[in-house]
Design a protein around this ligand. Sequence first.
Ligand SMILES: Nc1ncnc2c1ncn2[C@@H]1O[C@H](COP(=O)(O)OP(=O)(O)OP(=O)(O)O)[C@@H](O)[C@H]1O
Ligand SMILES: [Mg+2]
Length: 209
Amino acid sequence: MTKVLSIISTKGGTGKTTLALNLAVAFREAKKTVVVLDLDPQATATAWSDQRGDADELSVLSCQHGRLPAVMQAAKENGADIVIIDTAPHSEAAALAAAKAADVILMPLRPEIFDLRAMANTLEMIAVAKKKPVAVLNAVPARGPKVLEAKTALEEMGLETAPVTIGHRAAFGYAAIASQGVTEYEAVGSAATEVRALQKWVTKRLVAA
Ligand SMILES: Nc1ncnc2c1ncn2[C@@H]1O[C@H](COP(=O)(O)OP(=O)(O)OP(=O)(O)O)[C@@H](O)[C@H]1O
Ligand SMILES: [Mg+2]
């Protein structure tokens, strides 16, 4: 059965596309058939895929949010194990469509006050779809109190936070330049270890959903 993972935050630059593509590669490495649906008109994820030239193995399709149900149906009929939906910033309609379609919703945010404040709009859209997200702390600094402060703030808001956090690591930028996931770019690095751990945790949640 096809499972749907939506990555949603209406704030820009929180790491939606980075997580969507790195998780897609990690799922592919775990022998799953993955389709990424790119709802962002900027088509960042689609451009990454165009550069790779392995669309048979890992397809990334640019898709307007209004077409999401039809495109998802096609992905299901084609036997996709996982559909990952990467959403656009500043688009409540895309966030809502992705939330409605999701079995599991990841909401990436950086452990910064602006990201925490900007979450309200994302949460509103997810609530309209009658779903609950899991916050994923991304681009976390190696040291300092920010992660703990952010985790506490999320807990006080009654939000679930993924047990895996993703560090602020240069490998994400370098892998993106090479149109790779970090598990391909630097298979034994810390970024790869974190992405694989997140992929495993997400798998459990998708199975339970
Ligand atoms: N964990 C990380 N460590 C280092 N850099 C990161 C990390 N996550 C994301 N970045 C960088 O931050 C920038 C924004 O990330 P990304 O494009 O994934 O965010 P986004 O939420 O998809 O943005 P948009 O809202 O514009 O679609 C990119 O340059 C990306 O390489
Ligand atoms: Mg993006």
